[in-house]
Design a binder for this molecule. Structure first.
Ligand code: ZN
Length: 297
């Protein structure tokens, strides 16, 4: 993939946001060479360019903000856009959150591919990793090294509840191997988010929920009533009747998220990354590090 790309024609998505709980509409418009990726709130003239300086919140998902224009959960649609090699597109939003759908990027990826991708004249802007480096941010470690193409490996360990890896050797395998991996969380997170009023829709159908805590009888009854789930007091398992699509679905989803956050490079990355326990917050730090230390090296 040498040349810049855009989508062939306008695409529209609509669906519920995981945090706001109401319907949001997102439209993608084709754009020409070197336009980049930009967001537009309804018909407003002011655009929000994809840049780490606009990253506003990285707690569990990535949200961006410029002045009064804020959009939450941008990482899954951006993951599809980046993995499909789309350099130029306008993302118009009616609402303030990108729809969550099933918690993966399956719908975005399939719809963009079905509508078609258009090759443009200009060459892609690339960022090449030129030397081996180990970078640590908080609890995440990234091993970065030169390679002929983008290759990503993710290693997860969540208090021994989830311990697994995922490896994407070729970005062309993204649709089949990564895009349908759904987001996941721990039951303890659900309890915290519920208390902070972050699950307004009152359902947890958009994520795989793992039980990571020993519940009290009181918590157990509350959860059963609030979310129609049936966790056991001492059973570290998936609690919301989901069957995994892949044995290592959580690691694959973390890889999906990392690709979404790498879109903030605004460049096609050439190199290999092994990410140990990545998070949105540290992914964005990695992007800044790559832009600072590897762009013109
Ligand atoms: Zn995600």
């Amino acid at each position: 993939m040498k040349h810049q790309r855009t989508i062939k024609k306008e695409i529209s998505f609509s669906g519920i946001g995981i945090h706001n709980g109401y319907e949001n509409i997102v439209k993608l418009f084709p754009k020409g060479d070197d336009y980049g990726i930009k967001f537009q709130k309804e018909e407003s003239k002011e655009l929000l360019e994809l840049h780490t300086k606009y990253v506003n919140n990285t707690n569990r998902s990535t949200s961006i903000k410029k002045n009064n224009f804020e959009i939450s959960t941008v990482e899954h649609i951006l993951s599809s856009i980046y993995a499909l090699g789309i350099d130029n597109v306008l993302i118009q939003i009616f609402g303030d959150e990108i729809p969550i759908y099933d918690g993966s990027s399956k719908i975005f990826t399939e719809k963009i591919l079905k509508n078609g991708i258009k090759k443009l004249k200009s060459l892609k802007n690339k960022l090449k990793i030129k030397r081996i480096e180990v970078v640590k941010f908080e609890k995440s470690t990234y091993y970065i090294m030169p390679d002929s193409e983008l290759k990503i490996e993710v290693i997860l360990n969540y208090n021994n509840i989830i311990s697994e890896t995922s490896y994407l050797r070729e970005i062309s395998k993204y649709k089949d191997e990564i895009s349908s991996a759904r987001t996941f969380c721990m039951l303890s997170d659900i309890i915290k988010m519920d208390k902070a009023n972050l699950i307004k829709g009152g359902n947890i159908d958009n994520a795989i929920v793992f039980n990571d805590i020993k519940l009290s009888e009181k918590d157990l009854n509350y959860l059963k009533k609030r979310f129609s789930i049936n966790p056991k007091i001492d059973n570290f398992k998936i609690v919301n009747n989901k069957k995994l699509r892949f044995k290592n679905e959580p690691a694959r989803h973390k890889l999906l998220d990392l690709i979404g956050d790498l879109s903030f490079l605004n460049k096609t990355l050439k190199g290999r990354i092994i990410a140990v326990k990545p998070s949105h917050k540290t992914n964005i730090k990695l992007v800044n590090h790559l832009l600072e230390k590897h762009e013109n090296s």
